[in-house]
Design a binder for this molecule. Structure first.
Ligand code: ZN
Length: 246
């Protein structure tokens, strides 16, 4: 994927906001001018248009849980919000952009990642479905909502407090998201069966790390500093798998 020709501005987010009808006339005109010179963003714009329809058509066939399906329907039916350009975007949208560009599994259909990013970006805030610091509450919450059981390690001893969990969508499949916090920084941890093939990196101020955990792909996204995120990964990997600790 080649990048935006004007990376100093978050054009991907603007293109997305334009697609969602959230830009005023001047902002929308700026997007029009940009996509004329930027094949990358023009491609994104085409994909957003095509995929809005595709999501509605395909998600039920992927066997999304009833809970998830209801939520996605609700998000797409949500009234259009008038938002400031970038300031109006919450962490969800910024993280969505990170996922869009960096976390797509190798070989995956990028279109499906776009769908996931789009759905997530519609969230006004940083959603937590099950707010709890107790892994014995969070872990069972995923039972029946996913076809796999994500590890939920207790990382308090390493300075990372579990805040809760939620369901999300990556590549049109439901995934588990665990939210940990340290010093006012949230760490979103996306977990689903497979291989974490994407490397770590930094995108628009968000740091990303990916690793594997016993058949699960784990991808962490946060604005916490890279060293701390790496510490989080090491703490996660140090928790033994046995004795019900995960
Ligand atoms: Zn661009």
């Amino acid at each position: 994927m080649t990048g935006c020709v004007e990376p100093e501005r978050a054009w991907e987010l603007l293109v997305q906001a334009d697609h969602d009808g959230e830009l005023d006339a001047a902002e929308a005109a700026a997007v029009v001018r940009h996509v004329e010179i930027c094949p990358h963003c023009a491609g994104l714009q085409r994909q957003f248009s095509a995929l809005s329809n595709r999501l509605r058509a395909e998600v039920p066939m992927h066997g999304a849980s009833e809970v998830l399906r209801r939520r996605m329907t609700a998000r797409f039916a949500a009234p259009r919000r008038r938002m400031g350009v970038i300031a109006g975007f919450g962490a969800g949208a910024a993280i969505a952009a990170g996922l869009l560009l960096t976390l797509l599994p190798a070989g995956a259909d990028p279109a499906e990642g776009l769908v996931a990013a789009h759905v997530r970006a519609l969230q006004p805030g940083h959603l937590i479905d099950v707010p709890s610091s107790d892994k014995h509450t969070v872990k069972p919450w995923f039972d029946g909502r996913l076809d796999f059981a994500p590890p939920v390690p207790d990382l308090v001893a390493a300075g990372f407090t579990l805040v809760g969990g939620r369901l999300d969508v990556i590549g049109a499949r439901p995934v588990a998201v665990l939210v940990y916090r340290r010093g006012g920084h949230d760490i979103d941890v996306f977990v689903w069966p497979g291989e974490a093939s994407a490397p770590g990196g930094t995108l628009r101020g968000y740091n990303l790390l990916a690793w594997n955990d016993h058949g699960m792909a784990v991808r962490a996204v946060s604005d916490i500093e890279p060293a701390a995120l790496r510490g989080f990964m090491l703490a996660w990997q140090a928790v033994p798998e046995d004795a019900g600790q995960r």
